[in-house]
Ligand binder design. Sequence first.
Ligand code: ADP
Ligand code: MG
Length: 719
Amino acid sequence: MQNFLDTEIKFLKGVGEARSKLLSSEIGVATFRDLLYYFPFRHIDRSRFYSIAELEGSDLPAIQIKGRFISFRVEGEGVRKRLVGVFSDGKRMIETVWFSKVKEMSSLYKPGVEYVIFGKPVAFHNSYSIAHPEVEIFNPEKPPTGFRGVYSLTDAMRKKGLSTRVLQSLADNLLKHPRFNTIPETLPAEIVSRYKLMPLQEALRQMHFPEDIRSLQLATERLKFEELFYVEAHILRYSMERSSKLPGFYFRKIGENFNGFYFNVLPFKLTGAQKRVLKEIRADMKTGRQMNRLLQGDVGSGKTMVAFMTMLMAVDNGFQSALMAPTEILATQHYATIKEWAHPLGIKVALLTGSTRSRERKDIHEGLLSGEIKIIIGTHALIEDTVQFKSLGLAVIDEQHRFGVAQRARMWSKSKIAPHVLVMTATPIPRTLAMTVYGDLEVSVIDELPPGRKPVTTLLRYDSNRMEVDRLIVSQLREGRQVYIVYPLISENEKLDLKSLEEGYKRTCETFPSYKVCFVHGKMKPEEKDHQMDLFVNGEARIMVATTVIEVGVNVPNASVMVIENAERFGLSQLHQLRGRVGRGADQSYCILMSKAKAGADTKKRLAIMTETTDGFLISEADMKIRGPGDMEGTQQSGLAFNLRVANLARDGQILTRARETALAVLRGNPSLLAPGCAPTEAKPEDMPPIILAENDLGIIRCELATRFAKSVDWSLIS
Ligand code: ADP
Ligand code: MG
């Protein structure tokens, strides 16, 4: 007999051919499983009347309250005009608000009459209010209609009469199906009982037709836990498998290069955090297993020095190192820095990018093969097949989020035994993301800036403050400093973008006629772009007007002003990155966020976070809460794609931590689960949260992923 969950949806009572086509083409519901897991996006509770006191401190769905209107008043003007009604359940009061039809509404309801209002209560200034509630006269004869889900629908479904009500009845048919109770539990029994989780069948039932709020919460929690448990189990299994199987190079000693540099060349004192991270790296190098470490550190925290000193460990043990940067400019800057540090030690460093001449390229290839070149710095050019090493022991990857997992993996495949991998990123990654998207990496954090840095003064300004901003720019230019002016890119309309950028350039040239202005954007030819960048880096141009191409890692310590136009268009993490381009010296720097005077309260609040803190972690947590984890830099660009159905990385940190600990315990306690392809439970692979894993299997990259999400993968990265 066919598995109940895999039964085609057309066999469900109430579906049939036509509806089954619509369900599968519109919302991807093709089987019983799909429908069961097509959870409501919100719920409405008409099972009983709530008292206003019950709202306190809880996050309720739409609910109904019985009572009387006490008074009405009109607030605001023009488009902000609204009608506020005070509604009492006999004990407490709640406000109801209407933004339209203000006049009609106020005469509609009579004080003294008993009404039922229905809607989602929202906390506001220590009390609750309901916007646009449904209102009807209380009818003691009318029975409560229950607690049920509201499903997201497409227009095509609505047109054909496939409404929320129909979906509710289909879900009901499914839950009442005689074989519903054959659905297997997907979590190990010990885990279910240990954490008192709601059993699967019950949870599915409660998701569609909750008995009460508490049951809905328990059902949601259970499903979130399960989802995160499998994400973590996958990642941990993968990394345990790798670390138990994959040998890494022993870096036995700390030798003369490391010590010589540390005692004689190092131009400053390492910060405590840099020392700690170097110790963590050193510990990895001694285990005989391959290191995979993510090094997080805010802009300017000194990651390059840590990378360089790790390279010295490699040199001391007879190995070569490679540093891969996402852009040519960055690679060139790294090269300049590292060559200077390496020179006194007599270590040969080379630079390989797309624009390296073929003659030179040949020399470099030879130098890498012979082992003469100890440190190679470059761009994607490094992962071309023609680049071969004598003994690559360490691969450092800067600004991680620009590279996919697969590209990382290609770097590893450069040697028979995978080199140690150090991935550096300046985008602080919220802890929850680090545990999932980057869950296969160990994490080190540089949480301390070198001494003497002045925090960048961040100001929020509007168009009406233009003169003041111009004055600040001029005063900094007169002191010999340099200025960035950045414009957003709104990809839907490139022409318009370019126009605002070009106008900005023109205005800048006119406003500051005695200073040279350079101009950079992503649509330029690379040579032209490099030329413009050079003008700024070497100080000839004092102002750079640009799009976010400068976001990543450009280092011009003399720059002291960062003006960001239309700042509301940027994510907080991106603003933080941009701000990191200034404040690299000991003098005071400024970041000016230009926004529209009319910006909404939300926008102002969001931008205000930037003026209040320079802590990248706080900012990225806030950013993730606002934008949701799916939009975070890193999730999309890392090449690691997964969609969470119920869990939310921004909100479910606690559940995630517990899920990770549990997964770890299960894997440790039962090593046989580590065998590839062996699911820890009865769950089928397609029940597992999808995740792509890239792995170096002695030079071969293997990618696993839950099959049904295959389409979300950019295969071109993996070939
Ligand atoms: P990021 O972490 O953003 O890559 P960098 O490695 O570019 O930061 O370092 C920023 C600047 O700080 C560089 O000029 C670097 O030489 C300097 N620096 C790094 N570590 C220290 C330190 N311990 N003390 C003083 N300056 C340092
Ligand atoms: Mg850097």
